[in-house]
Design a protein around this ligand. Sequence first.
Ligand code: MG
Length: 243
Amino acid sequence: MAQEKAKPEDTEVYTPVPPKVTPGKFEYKEPPSDALILFDGKNLDEWVSTEDRNQPAKWKVDHGVMTVNKTGGNIETKRTFGSYQLHIEWRVPQNITGQGQARGNSGLFLASLGKGDAGYELQILDSYENQTYVNGMAGSIYKQFIPLANPSRKAGEWNVYDVAWKAPVFNEDGSVKSPAMVTVYFNGVLVQDNVSLFGPTQYIGKPSYSIKHGDSPIKLQAHGDKSEPISFRNIWVRPLPAW
Ligand code: MG
């Protein structure tokens, strides 16, 4: 029998569906004194275009909020990071249309490994009332870990990710010494509990640690779907010592 070509659908998982949880009321979280501010509502000075790191980030900043420019491509931090704690707020626009992966899709790449979507993606999506594969919903480590719960707020309201990222460590020969690990709170609800990643995100096929890398930028996704672009605000990071 001829071997079938791997398809994106091969790594989509539909059960178990995480329970819906109504999060507590949104509370503005002021950055702690040692945080590095990546976006304070004023400008994109800390960001560059992923496709050409010599070019400024081409997303829109207005009224204290940055909004994805779908034709402007992914953006990532000028600085690089190893392990860190991160806070980021994101909002799906109230007039969102589309369904599944084509409804408010973006992503937080915990470590960017270059152009396009190379890296480790914590999915951002409108998952309030939007069916898709559960390892691709908001709060998932895309195509690796289903979130433990679905505390999504409805379109038009702000969501929050608080992330503790442990960067992977590699041996001299490129083999992985300790995998990347991540804990994620989504609107104050634990959705990823110190999970060990299998490697950078793979849209098709199984992930593996095939790329030895060190400190990396943090990246935000301009996803190619047709739905209305999502917005971000109050992004800060606390670099942590290597572990
Ligand atoms: Mg995405």
